[in-house]
Design a protein around this ligand. Structure first.
Ligand code: PRX
Length: 649
C-alpha cells in the first residue's frame, strides 16, 4: 500500500464534527490573513476579568524577538478551568482517576475539584507562596498533581513540573535553575506494581549544596513509605489540606504573566527552562483541544501522557479542563498487568477520545491480539498520536485494531516550545494518510527551508520552520532570553526553527521526518545527546563520549554511546554495567544508553570536531556511504569502529 493512500473520513464523523473541510479552509485563511480578528474572536473561549486590548504583538526579527498576546487582559487560569463550570455543570466529573491497580479508581466532580484546589491554594498561601514564586511539582500520576498545578495558577505562582522518572541530580538541577521555593511530591509513586521513591529522590536532591531555595517539601501520601522525615521542612499534604479553608478568591494575573516553566532537552548544554505565560497559552490549549479532538460535552477523554511533559500540561490538565471536559488520569502503564490494560481502561470508563504515543502503540502491536483480548473499544470515536513520527504500520494497527476502523487518527505534531498542537488533521475536515501529520492548525504558518534558508515550494523536504507567532508559543527560556533567540531564531532569519525536518507531498500534507539536530527521541522522550555525553564524561574513568541515536522497532530511537576510557582503564563487563548505571543516576532511567561501544578513539576532523554523521552510520550498521573520510585526522579510526560495531541485545 502506498504511504500516500488516503483514508476517507470515517462515516458519521464529518456530519457531527465542529469543523468540516470547507470551514477549515475558510477559518485557516482568516487565521493567517487576519490573525488579530481571528484570535481576538477565539480569545472568547476564556472568561477574562479585564478584556484584552491588543491581540497580537509579536516580532521574529533578530534582536527584537517579542511574543506577546492578549495584552491588557487579566484572567485567572484556575477560574477558567474550574469555577466557571460550576454554574453549568458542577456535578460533571472533571477528573477520572484509574490507579495502577485496577481495583483503585476515583472520581472528582468539578465541585469537588474546586474545593480541593481552593484548599491547596490556601495551603500554599499559608506557606507564604506568593504570585510569581516558583513551586516544583515532582508527582506521580494522581489527581493531586493536577490539583497542585491548578492551585499554583490560582494564586499566580509559577509551577515547574519535573517528570517522576528524573533522578535526584536532575531534580536538583531544575530546582536550582528556577529557584523553586517549595517542592510538592509524594512519598512514592506506583507503576506496574513497582514503587518509585519520589520523596527519597527529593531528599537526595535537596542534599545537593547547590540547592538553596527550597524551604518546604509537601508530601502527598500514596503508599505510606516516605523514608526519612525532616521535621520543620517536610509536611504532609493531607494534614495541610485538612486545615486549609475551602473558600478562595482566584488572583487575577496579566495575560503575559508566567504560568509555568518546563525543562526540555536541546542540542547543546543543560536542559532549557521553556517559559509559558497565561492568556495566550490557555486560549491555544483550549481551542486546539476543542477542535483537534472534536470535543463534545459527553466525551470521556483520555490522554496517556505523564503530567511531567508538555502533553500532560496542555492535554491532560489545562486544555480539557478549560473546555469543561472529563479527563482521565491513569497512574499505570498501558501493558500492565496484561497487554490489554489500555483497551480495558477504555472499556471500563467508556473512553471516547484516546490520545497516546507511537511507542505505546508499537509495544502493544508487538503483543498481537492479546492487546485487545476480551475488550470491545466501541466507545471510541477519535484517536490521537503524539511525540514522534508514527510509522504507517503502527498507524494502520492503531486504526484497525484499537479503533475498529471507524475512528479518525489525529497525528499531532508539536513541541514543548509550541505549547499546543501545530500540524494535525481535524477529525471532520481532513482525509488521513498513515504517518502524515497533514495540515497546519489555525494560525500556524509552516514552511520548509533548505540549509541555506531558501524557502522550498511544492512537494519537497527541508527544515521545518514557522513564519509567524501563534498564541501558545513559548515566550522565552527562563532567565536566558539570549539563548532563546539563539536556539530558535538564529538558524533561519525571521522564523521559528523547530529543530525538525519534514517533507511536504504534492497534496500539501506534511510528513515529519524527525529531528535534524542533536536531539534524540527515545520512546517519545526528548533527550539531548550533549546531556548524555556530559553525564558520561563526568564518570571518573571516562575520557570522552559521543552519543547518537539508532533506529529501534519499539522505542523509535535507541541510545548508542561511544565511550573512550582514560589511559590505563580496562573496558570490563563490570564497568559496562557501572557506566550505564551512572547515566541512570545522573539523569534518569530514560537516558540509560542501550549500547556502549568502547572506542579507543573517536573520528575527528583535523580541527578536533567529532564527526557525528559517521558515528551515526556506524552505529546503525551502515558500512557504505560513509562519505568523505579523508578530512579525518586518522582515517583508520573508522575501520576500527566498524569492526567493533555493537548491536542491541
Ligand atoms: O521531533 C518532534 C517530536 O517530538 C519533538 C518535541 O518533543 P517534546 O518537546 O518533548 O514534545 C513532545 C510532545 C509534543 C518534536 O520536535 N514529535 C512530537 N510529535 C510528533 C513528533 N514527531 C512526529 N510526529 C509527531 N506527531
Amino acid at each position: 500500500m502506498s504511504h500516500n493512500y488516503k483514508h476517507p473520513i470515517p462515516p458519521g464523523i464529518a456530519e457531527n464534527a465542529l469543523i468540516n473541510a470547507g470551514q477549515y479552509t475558510e477559518m485557516y485563511q482568516q487565521s493567517v490573513e487576519q490573525p488579530d480578528i481571528f484570535w481576538g474572536q477565539q480569545g472568547k473561549i476564556l472568561d477574562w476579568i479585564t478584556p484584552y486590548q491588543t491581540v497580537k504583538n509579536t516580532s521574529f526579527v533578530p534582536g527584537d524577538i517579542r511574543i506577546r498576546w492578549y495584552e491588557g487582559g487579566t484572567l485567572n487560569l484556575a477560574a477558567n478551568c474550574i469555577d466557571r463550570h460550576l454554574a453549568t455543570h458542577p456535578d460533571k466529573i472533571a477528573i477520572l482517576w484509574e490507579g495502577d491497580d485496577a481495583s483503585q479508581s476515583q472520581q472528582l466532580t468539578y465541585r469537588q475539584l474546586h474545593e480541593q484546589v481552593c484548599r491547596a491554594a490556601n495551603m500554599l498561601t499559608a506557606l507564604n507562596v506568593k504570585k510569581g514564586d516558583v513551586v516544583a511539582i515532582y508527582m506521580p500520576m494522581v489527581p493531586e498533581a493536577a490539583i497542585a498545578m491548578l492551585a499554583c495558577a490560582r494564586i499566580g505562582a509559577v509551577h515547574t513540573v519535573i517528570f517522576g522518572g528524573f533522578s535526584p541530580d536532575a531534580v536538583a538541577g531544575r530546582i536550582t535553575d528556577c529557584a523553586a521555593k517549595i517542592v510538592i511530591t509524594a512519598d512514592e509513586g506506583l507503576r506496574a506494581g513497582r514503587p518509585i521513591p519520589l520523596k527519597k529522590n527529593v531528599d537526595e536532591a535537596l542534599k545537593n549544596p547547590t540547592v538553596t531555595s527550597a524551604e518546604k517539601v509537601i508530601v502527598f501520601r500514596r503508599t505510606g513509605t516516605p523514608g526519612e522525615w525532616q521535621d520543620g521542612r517536610d509536611l504532609w499534604w493531607h494534614e495541610l489540606m485538612a486545615s486549609a479553608g475551602t473558600e478562595h478568591t482566584p488572583v487575577p494575573v496579566n495575560a503575559e504573566d508566567p504560568l509555568f516553566i518546563l525543562y526540555t532537552s536541546g542540542s547543546t548544554g543543560k536542559p532549557k527552562g521553556v517559559l509559558h505565560t497565561t492568556g495566550g497559552y490557555l486560549v491555544y490549549a483550549a481551542t486546539t483541544f476543542k477542535y483537534v479532538f472534536d470535543y463534545h460535552p459527553e466525551d470521556i477523554y483520555w490522554c496517556t501522557a505523564d503530567v511531567g511533559w508538555i502533553t500532560g500540561h496542555s492535554y491532560l490538565v489545562y486544555g480539557p479542563l478549560a473546555c469543561g471536559a472529563t479527563t482521565l488520569i491513569f497512574e499505570g502503564v498501558p501493558n500492565w498487568p496484561t497487554p490489554a490494560r489500555m483497551a480495558q481502561v477504555v472499556d471500563k470508563h467508556q473512553v471516547s477520545i484516546l490520545y497516546t504515543a507511537p511507542t505505546a502503540i508499537r509495544a502493544l502491536m508487538a503483543e498481537g491480539d492479546s492487546a485487545i483480548a476480551g475488550t470491545r473499544r466501541d466507545s471510541l470515536r477519535i484517536l490521537g498520536s503524539v511525540g514522534e513520527p508514527i510509522n504507517p504500520e503502527a498507524w494502520e494497527w492503531y486504526y484497525r485494531t484499537i479503533g475498529n476502523s471507524h475512528c479518525p487518527i489525529v497525528d499531532t505534531w508539536w513541541q514543548t516550545e509550541t505549547g499546543g498542537l501545530m500540524i494535525t488533521p481535524l477529525p471532520g475536515a481532513t482525509e488521513l494518510k498513515a504517518g502524515s501529520a497533514t495540515r497546519p492548525f489555525f494560525g500556524v504558518q509552516p514552511a520548509l527551508l533548505d540549509n541555506d534558508g531558501i524557502t522550498l515550494e511544492g512537494a519537497c523536504e527541508g527544515n521545518l520552520v514557522i513564519t509567524d507567532s501563534w498564541p501558545g508559543q513559548a515566550r522565552t527560556l527562563f532567565g536566558d532570553h539570549a539563548r532563546f533567540e539563539q536556539t530558535y531564531f538564529s538558524a533561519f532569519r525571521n522564523c521559528y526553527f523547530s529543530g525538525d525536518g519534514a517533507r511536504r507531498d504534492a497534496d500539501g500534507d506534511y510528513w515529519i521526518t524527525g529531528r535534524v539536530d542533536d536531539v534524540l527521541n527515545v520512546s517519545g522522550h526528548r533527550l539531548g545527546t550533549a546531556e548524555i555525553e556530559s553525564a558520561l564524561v563526568s564518570h571518573p574513568k571516562i575520557a570522552e563520549a559521543a552519543v547518537v541515536g539508532i533506529p529501534h522497532a519499539i522505542k523509535g530511537q535507541a541510545i548508542y554511546a561511544y565511550v573512550t576510557l582514560n589511559a590505563g582503564e580496562e573496558p570490563t563487563p563490570e564497568l559496562y554495567t557501572e557506566v550505564r548505571h551512572w547515566v541512570r543516576k545522573e539523569i534518569g532511567p530514560i537516558a540509560t544508553p542501550d549500547v556502549l561501544h568502547w572506542a579507543e578513539m573517536l573520528p575527528k576532523t583535523r580541527s578536533g570536531k567529532i564527526m557525528r554523521r559517521i558515528l551515526r552510520k556506524i552505529a546503525a550498521g551502515e558500512t557504505s556511504g560513509l562519505g568523505d573520510t579523508s578530512t579525518l585526522a586518522d582515517p583508520g579510526v573508522v575501520e576500527r569502529l566498524l569492526e567493533e560495531q555493537q548491536t542491541i541485545n
